[in-house]
Design a protein around this ligand. Sequence first.
Ligand SMILES: Nc1nc2c(ncn2[C@@H]2O[C@H](COP(=O)(O)OP(=O)(O)OP(=O)(O)O)[C@@H](O)[C@H]2O)c(=O)[nH]1
Ligand SMILES: [Mg+2]
Length: 195
Amino acid sequence: MKLIVQVPCHNEAATLAGVLASVPRALPGFHAVELLVIDDGSDDGTAEIALAAGAHHLLRLPQRQGLARAFAAGLDRALDLGADVIVNLDGDHQYDGADIPALVAPIQRGEADLTLGDRRTATLSHFSPSKKMLQRWGSRIVAWLSGVHATDVTTGFRAHSRALAAALLIVGDYTYTLETLVQAGQRGARVVSVG
Ligand SMILES: Nc1nc2c(ncn2[C@@H]2O[C@H](COP(=O)(O)OP(=O)(O)OP(=O)(O)O)[C@@H](O)[C@H]2O)c(=O)[nH]1
Ligand SMILES: [Mg+2]
């Protein structure tokens, strides 16, 4: 089993090295753990920092395409690289790579196709009221459209089985978070919140 941790980045030079350092380089049940950085048209040296900080793979988008396209391009590359499980971890250090073992465990056990790192935002005071509202409504819309019940539907910390990643079709430019959940639910994928 190969795990690829993809990190979409637009100008994350300040935080990327810390993000990559937080990712465990070996995990029980995986013969390889590899880092894939998607550089979405950065002009702050993000790509150079990625390589210096130990990224195994670097996908450079010639110009900024937006998070959803960067995410989708990363999934495609990770599949080409033979990933069995693909984790998405944002480059701004909002999440901790040390939580990856817990995030991938339900997929390793064969109990989930997609896991969500739940930030427990309802109780986080630094999350703005508008973001909390987006989440509340997003959560309802996802449940209504697809039957998936999850609180933190906008989280960028997720793990995907290979089969689910290959089935996702991302058409938006801005955010992939809700449309991927709706598609997963409509396909009957098992979505599990962790955290
Ligand atoms: N905003 C933005 N992020 C991008 C883009 N391309 C790649 N990314 C990366 O996508 C990840 C998530 O972006 P964020 O701006 O942190 O989005 P967010 O976590 O929903 O928002 P915050 O709560 O403000 O952090 C980061 O690692 C970005 O570097 C882009 O065009 N715009
Ligand atoms: Mg962020």
